[in-house]
Structures are given as C-alpha cells and as structure tokens.
Design a protein around this ligand. Structure first.
Ligand SMILES: *Cc1c(COP(=O)(O)O)cnc(C)c1O
Length: 465
C-alpha cells in the first residue's frame, strides 16, 4: 500500500514512512492511494473475533508490504493488553436503539489511547533498527498530550516535547502529563492560550533552521496511523450489532474530524454504515460546512467539552479530497484560498458526496446537560460532556430504523466538575489512576515566545544523525 498527499506534489510513501512523517512536505495530509475493501464474507467472518483479531484483519491491507498479520497481532496484542476492559471497546445499550461504544478504557481515560498506544509501539518498531531519532513536538488542550506521553514514556529513539496552556487544562489532564517522570518526556506549560501553543509548534515545523536540525514528527490526528487504528472499532461494534446483514449508524463527538473520518474509511471499506452523525458543540464550523457548505472560521468559545473547542478541523481536508475526485492540484488551490481568507465554500460534488453519508448537529450547553441527566436517569449511565454531545445528536437526528452507536470518547471522571454540575453525581477516578493526586509533578513554565521554547528544546533534543 502506498500513500499520497491530498495536495498532489509530495512524494508517495509506504506505511513506515507515512507513520514517521506526519504532515506531507507540500502541506497536505497523506491518504491511501486507493481504499482497500473487505468483502461481505470477510466482514461476516469478524463475528465473534476478539478486538485484537479484528484489528489484524482491518489494518492488514493498510500495512501491506511493511507489516504482516503476525507483526500486527503482536503490536495490537501489546497495545490493547493495557486496556482495563477485556472487550477493549465495550458496547452498552441505553434504550431500544441507542448504544454507547466506550472508548475510554485505556490508560489516560480518553479515546486517544486507542490510537496512541498502537502508534507508540509502531514508532519503537520502525526506529529500533535505525540510527534515526524522532523529536515529537505537540500542543495539547489535554487529551492528546496525556495519551501521547503515556504511550511514548521511556521508549528509545523518541523525545516528546508537549506544550500545554498554563492553567487552562483540568487538574486531572495536567497531572496525567506532568507526573510522568521518564527522561524522554518534557512538559512545557506555556504562558498563553492553546492557540499560542499551537502557533509555536507550527512555527517550529515551518522554520527550516530549526526543523532541519531535528527530525520533527507529530502525534496529532494528521498522522495516518492514528486514523487507521480508529477504523477498527467501527467494525468491531457494527459486527456485534448485526453487520454486514444490518446497517448501523454512528454519532461522533467531533473536533478535528479524525475520529469520524475513521468511520468514513470503514464505510469506504465496505462496512454498511447508514449514517455518520457529526456532533459539534457551539464551536460549529463542521456543522455549518455540512449543512450549508460554509467552512469559515469563527472565534473559539470555551466549553465544558474542551477537546472539541476548535477552529479548523485538519482532517476535513482528507474528506474534501476524496469527495472532490482526488484532485491534488485542485485541493491545493482550495486550501490556499482557505488559508488566505479563513473561509471556503464546498463544491457541489463535495456537498453531495458528504450528504450521502454524513449528517450533522450542533449541541448547546443546555442540550448537553439535559442529555447527561437523561443517560443517568433512564439508563443509569454517567457520561462525560463530549459523549453527551454525541448522544444528544444521536437522539435528535433521524437515522432510520437502525441501531445508533454514540462513541463515548472520555471517561466522566476526566471532567468531574461538569458532570457533577449536570447530574449531581461526582464520578470517581478508576483504580488504575487513583493515586494521580499523590504523584510528583515535573514541568517547566515558559513564556509564549519562539526563542524561549526552541531554546529549551534545542538544549535537550537529539539532533539528526
Ligand atoms: C479529541 C477528542 C474529541 C474529538 O475527536 P476528533 O478526532 O478531534 O474529532 C472528542 N472527545 C474527546 C474526549 C477527545 O479527547
């Protein structure tokens, strides 16, 4: 399998190269050259298979030529062996046709673990027999940082520099990052906002002087391997609810469009998905794009679902590329226009293609709180604010007579205050992270300037060989 850039001018790569690269050199995102498909018989044969065996079958076409099924089985077994539930991503029934797919049983209590535990092992395997050394730089509003740090702590050949906005992540989120004391993990609290931290990271990638000295890489969802790992749970859940014989709908609390794009990939591979519901909070750029063709940046409003408080959804470009006939130069032009004017219109082909599978909904604070209470009172389930946004949309949007699965993206104990405010129930941290508040923390606080941050990193990172 080869991977090509959405903007048409970066070289094509194999699975190993695409995993280590992150962003394409032409500014685009990598996608498979063609979508592999699983036959109806192959999907039917997933019935009863474990999560790890499902992962092997779903991922093998994407890693062909680089990792065989035996290698995938070993990696997936190791990654998902760290999850606290034997089913890895268990399903829960809420009423006649509403279901939750719990994706938060990994070490840091959010769905990001599903992909990052696997990605951490891929990095280690791909770098183990090479002199290369990766310098991961990232900005996090909470969940990505903790999941990446847990997955990469103590691994050879990788240093992680994770920037978070000082004082603007929850205590649980900060401690999940700063209590990891492995020498290859470097937490930097930036005196500024998440956008300031993100801008610093972008500037590092775009400054040849700095980027040239280190082999920089990314762990956010622009990394193809992350999306690939997320395709697995769509198959795992749908097969349990009757696929391929019966279609299933999914509702996905969405920010950067990575998780729901993995659902799109599952559909392209042949999984009978009736609808993909893109659920946003009041930061609704994707709802405006999918319902009215208007993809334009507004201002970010902070909400109790911070992992969905975004302006630009990077992975949306992958969908637009695929729906627009996979025309790299046209995509490059459309994105250049967007970067210049902070707005773009979807083409007719993009709008019609999206409408065939996607629908969207915008969920405000009241609807979110009401849905948390509904889940508590009617199904005895305490859910987190992100999941509540997905479930509110799932209950409101007409998906036809099919089971609707909401992706439960975070454990409620990660967002205790918001959950308690809406439901009166204060969720407790699961035993595996219960001593989080007794552990020692380590991080530095730096001003939000390029020189301060790059100076700190340059003193500690390993230069290119
Ligand atoms: C990251 C995250 C999301 C958004 O996922 P995307 O792939 O960015 O759309 C939703 N909920 C939680 C809890 C998250 O951490």
């Amino acid at each position: 399998m080869r991977y090509i850039s959405t903007r048409g001018s970066a070289p094509s790569l194999d699975f190993r190269q695409v995993t280590l690269a992150g962003l394409a050199s032409d500014g685009g995102l990598y996608v498979p050259e063609a979508w592999p498909t699983l036959s109806q018989e192959a999907i039917a044969a997933l019935a009863g298979k474990s999560y790890v065996e499902t992962a092997v079958e779903v991922m093998a076409p994407f890693t062909a030529g680089v990792l065989d099924k035996a290698a995938l089985r070993e990696l997936a077994g190791q990654a998902y062996g760290r999850f606290a539930h034997d089913a890895v991503t268990p399903l829960k029934q809420l009423d006649h046709d509403q279901w939750l797919l719990e994706l938060f049983h990994g070490p840091t209590l959010a769905f990001k673990d599903v992909a990052l535990q696997f990605l951490g092992l891929l990095f280690e395997r791909f770098l183990s027999d090479s002199p290369e050394h990766l310098t991961i730089v990232g900005a996090t509003s909470g969940d990505t940082g903790s999941a990446a740090i847990d997955a990469l702590a103590g691994r050879d050949h990788v240093d992680v520099f994770m920037l978070h906005p000082a004082g603007r992540v929850s205590d649980v989120q900060r401690r999940q990052m700063t209590t990891v004391l492995a020498p290859n993990i470097h937490n930097i609290a930036i005196e500024g906002s998440f956008d300031d931290a993100q801008a610093l990271v972008k500037a590092m990638f775009n400054t040849p002087d700095f980027a040239g000295r280190f082999r920089l890489s990314a762990v956010n969802s622009i990394n193809w391997a992350r999306l690939m790992a997320q395709v697995v749970y769509y198959f795992y859940a749908a097969v349990r609810l009757g696929a391929p014989g019966k279609p299933i709908a999914f509702s996905v609390p969405t920010g950067n469009f990575g998780d729901v794009f993995a659902g799109y990939v599952a559909a392209r591979m042949g999984l009978p998905i009736a609808k993909l519901v893109v659920a946003t909070n009041v930061n609704d750029i994707l709802h405006r794009a999918l319902s009215a063709g208007d993809y334009s940046i507004g201002t970010v409003t902070p909400t109790p679902s911070p992992s969905m408080d975004i302006q630009v959804s990077s992975n949306f470009e992958r969908l637009l590329f695929d729906l627009g006939g996979r025309n790299g130069p046209a995509m490059a032009e459309q994105m250049a226009g967007f970067e210049a004017s902070k707005a773009m219109r979807l083409t007719n082909a993009q709008r019609e293609g999206a409408a065939a599978l996607f629908t969207s909904d915008r969920v405000d604070l009241d609807d979110m709180a009401m849905t948390m209470r509904w889940a508590c009172e009617h199904a005895g389930e305490v859910i987190d604010p992100h999941t509540a946004i997905g479930l509110a949309a799932a209950r409101r949007v007409d998906c036809g007579e099919v089971p609707v699965v909401t992706l439960a993206t975070a454990h409620p104990a990660k967002f205790t205050d918001a959950v308690e405010r809406s439901t009166g129930v204060r969720p407790t941290l699961p035993g595996r992270v219960g001593d989080l508040f007794d552990r020692e923390e380590r991080y530095v606080t730096l001003p939000a300037t390029f020189d301060a941050v790059t100076g700190y990193i340059a003193e500690r990172a390993t230069p290119r060989g």
